[in-house]
Design a protein around this ligand. Structure first.
Ligand SMILES: *Cc1c(COP(=O)(O)O)cnc(C)c1O
Length: 365
């Protein structure tokens, strides 16, 4: 069954860039250079310029961006990293893959982002870093988080996989912490045509370390300085990303325009994201919450509207994280039980969104 309004449509989303992609691919074949070439270097520069930052390292994907930022810090086995309990599981996996201990902290029920007061309560003598996640496209409340980090001498790693171009008090996601980790998975606000990622970092030492870590510990061929990985940003993906980066603001503006329709037109019993002038939300995901979430999802599907749930199962309830299945995170659990993500893509038209609004406003229990 083809939907009237699918949740996402990547082919349509990328259609405006198709001619440029094809030309780029032809040029790429002509160069015969496939790994860590001019396109990666240029993309790193341009992504840095976009953020007004100097140090950008392209990597293979968002999970690796998180892992390499932790690796670059040289934490010890058993050190604790604070992370929101309602994040996508990748954030927590990055901590586990580094032999570190994830300490889950509940989010704020209105912003869905990590609650700074709960961070304070979770800090122990072993805490080394706070991994904030700017979830659904809205930045975390960074001022109190930065003062906690300064006070307790903790590193800040920002998971920006859902927040390309988002800002807080005029400052962009990825520029607050020691590291800003980005994913360019195809559905993200800046999406490649495959896997890709990047890291922004603040210090030259971290920058050099990250460049080694992503490439077998080596900057100079066959000279291996550290125990590195193969996590390079693919040259062709960098080339495609360079075509889309100049349109990131336009993509975000389009999503904001669609979100504004939901915010003004949707019935009040659907709990909507809260607006706050300090937070420029780029609506990677536009979610509503409702106690009858599953019935609403089924009802929308009957009306040929696709939705998603971000996420159906809280990380601490996942089989993969058995060691924390006994823990209790009621705020996170409530969000996971009630959240529903509505169509809000660069591929959607204003008419698509009005159709979703009209259908939702006709929902009866
Ligand atoms: C997508 C995502 C990731 C992982 O990115 P990949 O490129 O798929 O590895 C990490 N964290 C969050 C919050 C994400 O949404």
């Amino acid at each position: 069954m083809s939907l009237t309004v699918p949740y996402e449509n990547l082919k349509m989303l990328n259609r405006p860039f198709e001619a440029a992609f094809k030309q780029k691919f032809t040029d790429f074949l002509d160069t015969g250079w496939y790994i860590l070439g001019n396109e990666v270097t240029k993309f790193e520069e341009e992504f840095g310029d976009y953020h007004n930052e100097q140090y950008v390292v392209g990597v293979a994907n968002g999970l690796d961006a998180l892992i390499l930022s932790l690796k670059a810090c040289d934490f010890k086995d058993g050190d604790e990293i604070i992370v929101p309990s309602n994040t996508y599981i990748a954030t927590i996996l990055s901590i586990l893959h580094c032999g570190l201990v994830p300490v889950l902290v509940e989010p704020d029920m209105e912003t869905y982002n990590i609650d700074p007061e709960n961070i304070l309560k979770a800090i122990s003598n072993n805490t080394k870093a706070i991994m904030v996640v700017h979830l659904y496209g809205q930045c975390c409340d960074m001022d109190p988080i930065i003062s906690i980090a300064l006070d307790k001498k903790l590193k800040i790693i920002e998971d920006c996989a859902q927040a390309h171009g988002a800002s807080y008090k005029g400052k962009m996601a990825g520029t607050f912490g020691d590291f800003g980790a980005f994913s360019f998975y195809p559905t993200k606000n800046l999406g490649a045509l495959g896997d890709a990622g990047a890291l922004i970092c603040k210090s030259e030492a971290h920058y050099q370390k990250l460049r080694q870590l992503r490439n077998y510990g080596s900057e100079k061929k066959y000279h291996n300085e550290v125990v590195g990985y193969n996590s390079r940003l693919d040259e062709i993906q960098a080339a495609f990303l360079r075509i889309k980066l100049p349109y990131l603001n336009e993509i975000n503006l389009h999503k904001k325009k669609l979100a504004a329709i939901y915010l003004t037109e949707l019935r009040e019993d659907f709990i909507k994201p809260v607006l706050n002038k300090d937070f420029d939300n780029v609506y990677h995901i536009f979610n509503i919450r409702h106690p009858q979430r599953d019935r609403i999802k089924a009802y929308l599907m009957e009306n040929r509207i696709g939705t998603e749930i971000h996420y159906p199962i809280a990380p601490h309830k996942q089989k993969a994280l058995k060691f924390m299945n006994h823990l209790n995170y009621p705020v996170s659990t409530e969000i996971h039980n009630t959240t529903l993500s509505l169509p809000c893509s660069f591929a959607h038209t204003v008419e698509d969104i009005y159709y979703v609004v009209e259908t939702l406003n006709n929902f009866t229990l």
